[in-house]
Every structure is written in structure tokens, then in C-alpha cells.
Design a binder for this molecule. Structure first.
Ligand code: NAD
Length: 519
């Protein structure tokens, strides 16, 4: 046990979450049963490089057993009235509230985000469960007037079956619950493959869910866990027994998963990478702009899908904004994310560090100018080799590196002149379409940004940054971000199948469109 783990009570947190510290944890579960026969994944903390624990991954045989159990469980779960399913989600939520601190701590230590952000992530789980409990009494369809007399027509929603969830390392628990909380009240059963970079948090979550379902006397298979890398993800995406795949991760992964799911005419919900920009107009409040941009660019060490990657600043305020942001970067404290005095924690692993360094080399090669130097930190407190300095480069939007999402704290600064149209052309001039923001006190510009000719992203904010979102709204993005929506609003509809019903309560059989068919 490392000194940081000891100081922050990681061992206790692992025990509270039912994880084995000294033995290999099972990574395959249908609820009561835990079985895994695959290779062992070792989970190292990016915080201090220490081994946290081990998890055994899922084999093809294990996988098939999970799917068979989940298919069986669906037959029971789908017949339970939705408000009763909501009651189970409420109990699950109570457990999340009870275990918020140890789970938040584990998220922080295994993924590397700050403890506050770890707690925030668990809070998102709690919030979506609250939302789902209310939703369980509102899974409504429309009623419409039939063109035929004595007929009634309406739509209703039925559950789909097994929802396969593939999730990324950077939100190791929240994304799972965004999907499961809704899918469960909709009457679906869930099979989750978490990120192989955060396998312990996945086991911890499944422990919580399994206990709740078992205590309620429900059949196993409603919440299932499988563990492993892309090969286990492929088992899900290619499996025609799984009608919906919800996949969160890189665009590269999304393109492969989308093709596998489409090849069997399944449904996919894709939540992929972003390349998010803030437009700063001459009327912007500079102080708020700096707070929004710096938090957006360096929060979670630039590893949020909504992280701010590009700052598009009007020439009239360019120097002022640049100086203020450079000054703010000088105040940043980088180090152990469990220590609340630090602003920036580590990247997830050394591969991520390499990608960060390559991006900084590439932007210079393409003609960009680094104005806040990057670099990998070494020495005491940085032994994991995953701590880097947040960097800023002046760059052009058309540079190849700017067109790609680098999952690290690298911010590109660019200038626009003239009207808001020019800023919008830059903002929309990338293939991704997740989050966007404008900082302005000018109503005309704000409305223009939100109009049909404005931002082409799934999220468009005025006077707040790009990063973070509330669970009440539908979350997701356009273009290469994948087009999926999860979380709030009517995102629940993707987890259900729609059926149109027409009932004839007359003694005749009139045909639609006035067609006559007399026998
Ligand atoms: P990743 O694409 O490397 O992995 C994500 C998940 O996909 C993992 O569980 C992985 O095992 C699995 N996977 C990879 N290849 C697969 C394949 N061929 N078939 C099936 N499964 C496969 O992403 P990551 O590095 O874990 O996460 C970072 C990325 O996720 C960033 O691009 C970020 O923007 C994106 N992200 C998007 C959102 C969103 O809501 N839009 C949220 C979080 C993260």
C-alpha cells in the first residue's frame, strides 16, 4: 500500500465497496454468481503508480453464460410494473448515497480525477436515479385520432431486452448509471463492459447493484458485468441477442462499433469524442471567460469529452484574454488529485502522456506557437510519470492536430475578426459536434449562436463553458460525436421500442384510406 493510498484511506474504501485487496477480483457477474476465467488485468493508479488491485476478465464462455442469464431475467423484469422497477432504482440510489465517499475516492484514485470530481461523479449517479424514479411513472405514449369511426389509436413503449453498455475510462461510473438507471425503469436488463483502465470501479458498482437486486428477491441477470478490452466489447457489439449497444468512447471505437451493430441491424447509441470551442466576443465578461476556459481546458486534466480544446477570441479582446489566461495558468497547482489544494491531477497512463507530447510537437511542426510551455513532471509526487503541465498554443483551426481531439490539457488559441459568422465558421469547422459555448453580453450574438445558422453541436451554452452538463437535459453530440442522446429529457425513448396500436370497437371492418373490399 502506497503512502498516498494509506493517507487517504483507499484500503478502507476498497473494503467498503466489497473489493478484494489481496486477491484477484472476479470481473464477470450476473448478480448472485461471479465467475471469470480470462486473463488478469492489473489496475495501477495514475496518482502514484501503485498497484490498486487485480480483476479477472471475461472469456467467450463466461460471456455466453451472462447473456443467457440476462435473457432469462428480462422475461421476469419486463412484466414488473414500471413504478415497481422505479422502487428498485430508488433502493439502489440509497446505497449510492451511503457509499458516495468510498466510491468517489476509488474513482479519483483509479482514474486520476480530483476527489471533488469523484464525488461529483457519484452525485450524477444519484441524480440520474432520482430522475429515473420519477420517470418510472411517466413512460407515456401519444394518443391520436383515428380516421376511421369507432377506432382508437395510440402509441405505447415496450422494453427492448438486453442493453449492452460499453464505457470509457474518464467517467468510469456516471456513464454506466446514465444508461442503467433509465434502462432499468424502462424494463430492460443491462450488460456492462466498463473500461479496462478502471476495472475496480466497475466491480464496485456491480457489487452495489447486485446486492440491491438480490435483497429484493429478483432473479439474477438484471445487472451484469463483463470485463476486458476491445475483444470483450466486440462480443457485445456483434451479438444479435443484444438489441441496443450504448457505446461511449473515442471516435475510432465508435466507427467500429457502429458498423458491427449496423451489420446486424441493431440499434446503437453513440457518445464519442468532442473538439469543443468557446467563442469570446468583444462583449464578453473577461473574468468569467477566464474561469470557464481554464476550468474547461485543465479540469480532469483535459480528459472530459466536453473539455475546452479551442478558444476562438475576437481580435479586439484577443491580447487581453490571452494575457489573462496565461496569468491564470501560472497559478495552477499540479499534483495528487486527492489533495484538494491541487487543480490538476494526472493523465490516465503513459500512453496518454505520449499522445499529449506528440500533439505539442505536431502543433509546432504545423506552424503553431506555444505560449504556455508543456512538459512531463518528474520527481517527488510525480513518480507515476502521468503528470503533465497544461499547455496553450496559438494555432490555426485547419491544422491537422487542431482538427483532432487530444485527450489531454492542450488548449488552442485562435483569433477571429469581424462578425460572429467568422467565429461560427471556425467553431463549426471541425468534424466533431459535442459541446460549444459563447461568452457575450450581446443578445444578438448569443441568439445568433443558438440559431439554426449557429452552433452545430449537441450542447450550446451561453456565458458558461463547454465542460460539464446537468442530467436533466439530453446529453450528446452531432457529426462524428455520434448523434446519441442519453441522460435526461426524453432520452429514455432509445431504451424502448415503440408500438402503434389501433383498436376497432365497432361491428364493421372499415379499411383505412377509404379502400373498399367487399366480400
Ligand atoms: P476508447 O474508445 O479507447 O474506449 C472506450 C471503450 O470502448 C472501452 O471500454 C474499450 O474497451 C471499448 N472498445 C475499444 N475498442 C472497441 C471495439 N473495437 N469494439 C468494442 N469496444 C471497444 O476511449 P477511452 O480512451 O476509454 O475514453 C476517451 C474517449 O471517450 C474520448 O474520445 C472522449 O471524448 C470519449 N468520451 C465521450 C463521451 C461522450 O459522452 N460523448 C463521454 C466520455 C468519454
Amino acid at each position: 500500500m502506497s503512502s498516498i493510498a494509506e493517507k487517504f484511506g483507499i484500503n478502507q474504501a476498497l473494503q467498503d465497496l466489497g473489493l478484494n485487496v489481496d486477491q484477484v477480483n472476479n470481473g464477470t457477474s450476473t448478480g448472485q454468481e461471479w465467475f471469470s476465467n480470462g486473463e488478469v488485468i492489473e489496475s495501477y493508479s495514475p496518482v502514484d503508480g501503485a498497484l490498486i488491485g487485480k480483476v479477472k476478465s471475461t472469456t467467450r464462455e463466461d460471456y455466453d453464460r451472462v447473456i443467457e442469464t440476462a435473457s432469462k431475467a428480462f422475461k421476469t423484469w419486463r412484466t414488473m410494473p414500471s413504478p415497481q422497477r422505479g422502487e428498485i432504482v430508488r433502493k439502489f440510489n440509497e446505497e449510492l448515497r451511503r457509499l458516495k465517499e468510498p466510491l468517489g475516492k476509488l474513482v479519483s484514485y483509479e482514474m486520476g480525477k480530483s476527489y471533488q470530481e469523484g464525488l461529483g461523479e457519484v452525485q450524477e449517479m444519484i441524480d440520474i436515479c432520482d430522475f429515473a424514479v420519477g420517470l418510472s411513472r411517466q413512460l407515456h405514449g401519444l394518443t391520436m385520432h383515428s380516421e376511421r369511426p369507432g377506432h382508437r389509436m395510440y402509441e405505447q413503449y415496450h422494453p427492448l431486452g438486453i442493453v449492452g453498455i460499453i464505457s470509457a475510462f474518464n467517467f468510469p461510473v456516471a456513464v454506466w448509471s446514465w444508461n442503467t438507471a433509465l434502462a432499468w425503469v424502462c424494463g430492460d436488463v443491462c450488460v456492462w463492459k466498463g473500461s479496462e483502465k478502471t476495472p475496480l470501479t466497475s466491480v464496485a458498482c456491480q457489487n452495489i447493484a447486485a446486492r440491491v437486486f438480490n435483497d429484493a428477491g429478483l432473479p439474477e441477470g438484471i445487472s451484469c458485468l463483463i470485463t476486458g478490452d476491445y475483444r470483450v466489447g466486440e462480443m457485445l457489439s456483434k451479438d444479435e441477442r443484444v438489441p441496443l449497444i450504448s457505446a461511449t468512447g473515442s471516435i475510432r471505437m465508435g466507427k467500429i462499433v457502429a458498423q458491427a451493430v449496423a451489420a446486424r441491424l441493431g440499434k446503437s447509441l453513440l457518445e464519442l469524442g468532442g473538439n469543443n470551442a468557446i467563442i469570446v466576443t468583444p462583449d464578453a465578461n473577461i473574468k468569467n471567460t477566464v474561469i470557464g476556459a481554464v476550468f474547461g481546458a485543465v479540469g480532469t486534466c483535459g480528459q472530459r469529452c466536453t473539455s475546452t480544446r479551442r478558444l476562438i477570441v475576437h481580435e479586439d479582446v484577443y491580447d487581453k484574454v490571452k494575457d489573462a489566461i496565461v496569468a491564470a495558468y501560472k497559478q495552477l497547482r499540479i499534483g495528487n488529485p486527492l489533495d484538494e489544494n491541487n487543480h490538476v491531477g494526472p493523465l490516465i497512463d503513459k500512453d496518454a502522456v505520449k499522445n499529449y507530447q506528440a500533439a505539442l510537437d505536431k502543433v509546432v511542426e504545423e506552424g503553431g506557437k506555444v505560449i504556455v510551455e508543456g512538459g512531463v513532471l518528474e520527481g517527488e509526487g510525480y513518480e507515476s510519470g502521468c503528470y503533465v503541465k497544461p499547455a496553450i498554443a496559438e494555432a490555426q483551426n485547419e491544422y491537422e492536430i487542431v482538427q483532432h481531439e487530444t485527450f489531454a490539457p492542450v488548449l488552442y488559441l485562435m483569433k477571429y475578426s469581424g462578425d460572429i459568422e467568422n467565429a461560427l465558421a471556425l467553431q463549426n469547422g471541425v468534424k466533431q459536434g459535442l459541446s460549444s459555448a459563447i461568452m457575450t453580453n450581446n443578445l444578438r450574438e448569443a441568439e445568433r449562436f443558438l440559431s439554426v445558422e449557429g452552433s452545430d453541436c449537441g450542447i450550446a451554452n451561453v456565458n458558461i463553458g463547454t465542460s460539464g452538463a446537468e442530467i436533466g437535459g439530453a446529453f450528446g453530440g452531432e457529426k462524428e460525436t455520434g448523434g446519441g442522446r442519453e441522460s435526461g429529457s426524453d432520452a429514455w425513448k432509445i431504451y424502448m421500442r415503440r408500438q402503434t396500436n389501433t383498436i376497432n370497437y365497432t361491428t364493421e371492418l372499415p379499411l383505412a384510406q377509404g379502400i373498399k373490399f367487399d366480400l
